[in-house]
Structure formats: structure tokens, C-alpha cells
Write a protein that binds this ligand. Sequence first.
Ligand SMILES: [Cu+2]
Length: 336
Amino acid sequence: MIKFLVYSAILLGIIAATQLMRVFELASELKGTRHYEIKEADNRRNGKLMFWFMVTFMLFCFWQVIKYKDKLLPVAASIEGVELDWLLNFNFIIIWVVFIITNVLLFWFSYKYYGRDNAVAHYYPHNNKLEILWTTVPAVVLAVIIILGLKSWTTITAPADPNMRIIELYAKQFDWTARYAGTDNTLGGFSYKLITASNPLGVDANDPKTADDFTVKGEFHIPINQPVEFKIRSRDVIHSAYMPHFRQQMNAVPGMITFLHFTPTITSKRMKEITNNPNFEYLLLCNKICGASHYNMQMNIIVDTQEEFDAWLKKQKPNLSAAPATADAAEIKEGK
Ligand SMILES: [Cu+2]
């Protein structure tokens, strides 16, 4: 019933508006003017409206930035994240400067040079100096942004130092498993042919390097101030390992190993204080829409002090060498 009333009101409103327009048309005809004729006063009014629109819109933009700045992510919790935030802010500054200059000019010109009856357009077809200026300045600025971005990218994807702790992040619909490389810091071999219900990662139980490896689910620990190399795999479709507080993300692609490394700088405990949220946890999320339960594909990351991490590590037992080997396992080991 309410819907019917609302629609009727809208319909009657439209009819009323068209009738009003008709009244204006007839009135102007009676006055001897043409209703579609745009007069200088109309242009002046539009120019003024343009100017006030600009002022209101700019103030609204600034207000939004100030009002919602707390809704952004907390301080970056890795060395690489701080660098990335700097790069993002650098981009934002450029965007803001260009946005303000272009929009102020656009609306100011509409206001200042509104159409006058006796105005004649100035013929100004070409200017080489201007062409060069507005081609080279954006080109140089973009080149600087891209070079800085490439620099950040190569820092996180450069070959890992052999002493870096290795953790594999294994994605499948719909969960993550973290596999630690154990005391030898080398992950055991794997093959999709070995995947069974009890060996979901397809690790090669007969590989001696597997003997000290272990996996964890639900949450995984990393120590503060130590770089960690993540090797990322997927079983089924493309997922994406997204760790927003460290400002890191890498696709998990079936059939290949992707990787990145970063150094966490703030423990989970400290971050709970910084965010003033006792329930704060660092997250590993999936950031590729990978199916029905994508939204729930996540793992907590606990950043420990070295002592806490060592204590946690001591409690972990190798849990992969017992994975039942199939007939293919021998074949894989021999490299067939
Ligand atoms: Cu996913």
C-alpha cells in the first residue's frame, strides 16, 4: 500500500512538473519572448552556481578525508609496508595536487568567462611549448611513480637470503595451511599426484627433507624483526595471499610457486595496544573471489618476540613424514 502511494506521488510529481513547464512556456509566449532563448542573466547565474558547486564539493572532499581517516588500516607492521605506505602517500599527494588545480581552473573559468552576448572567441589553435609541457610533465611524474613501484616490488620478490625462514602458504577451496620448513629450513618435495584425504598438500613423505617439516592451520606464528620467505601454492583455483597489515599480497596460482618476503616489526601484543583493540589479530586473507566460502578463507598471523616464537616452535612436532605414500611417490623421488 505504501509502495503504491510512493509511486503515485512520484508519478503525480512528474505530471505536475511537466504542467509547470508548459505554464512557463505559455507565459513567455504571452510576454513575447521565446522560452528556449538563453539570456546573459541565465549564463551569469549558471557561472555563479558552478563556482559555489566547486567550493561545496571541495569542502566535502576535505571533510571526507578528515572524517574517515581512522577507518583506514593501522600503522604498517613490516619494514616493506612502511615503504609501501610512503609510496601510496606520495601518489595521493600528486593526485590531490592535480585534482585541486584542474578542478579549480575548470569551475573558475566557467564562472569568470560565462557567455556574454557581445563576446567573441579568441582564436588560438596551437602552441608547441604548451604541447611539450603537458606531455613531458605527466610522463616524467608517471615514470618516477613506476620506477619507485618497481623498486618496492623487487625488494619483496628478490631472491631470498638462504638464512631466511621459509614458510609455505598452501591455498585450497576454502582454507589455508602453513607448512614450516623445519630445522633444515628446506621444504620437502610435493606432487599433486600424492594428494589424498590424509595428505591434502601432496607432500612426499619419503623425501628426507620432509622429516622435520610441520603444518599448522587456523593460525601461524612468525618472529619479530626477522625476514620470512613465503612460498605460495594453490591446489585448485587462483587464490591470493593477502596480509593487509604488512601491506603484502601475492597470487596463489595452481601449478606454480609464487613467493615474497617481508620483515614484521610489531608484535601482535603491541598491535593490540596500538589499535586499542584487545581482540586485534593480524590476518592472512584470500583476496581472489575463489568460490562460495571465499569470504571465510583466512588464518590468523601471530607475530611473537623471539623467545615466544622459540617456545612455540618447540611445541610443534613434525607431522608430515607419516603421510601415506602412494605408488607414485617413488617415481617422483626419482624425478620421473
Ligand atoms: Cu580463495
